[in-house]
Design a protein. Structure first.
Length: 71
């Protein structure tokens, strides 16, 4: 991976990331089931779960590598 790539740092970047993940899962569920309401609900649930997992992994990685901004 290129060294200039980084995980989201600001609230806006995390919000955009979460929105994209939710939209991705909604589209996947819509294409696989064909039901709009079910797709939106399950896309929201799966999207938030994956986003929460990513937040935990990024926080742990930043703590382990010492790249946490401690001010």
């Amino acid at each position: 991976m290129a060294p200039d790539l980084s995980a989201p740092k600001t609230q806006l970047e995390w919000g955009i990331f979460a929105g994209l993940v939710i939209a991705f899962y909604t589209v996947v569920m819509l294409l696989s089931t064909g039901e709009i309401l079910y797709s939106v609900v399950m896309g929201f649930i799966y999207g938030l779960a994956l986003t929460a997992l990513c937040v935990i992994l990024v926080a742990a990685w930043r703590i382990v590598t010492g790249s946490v901004d401690r001010t």
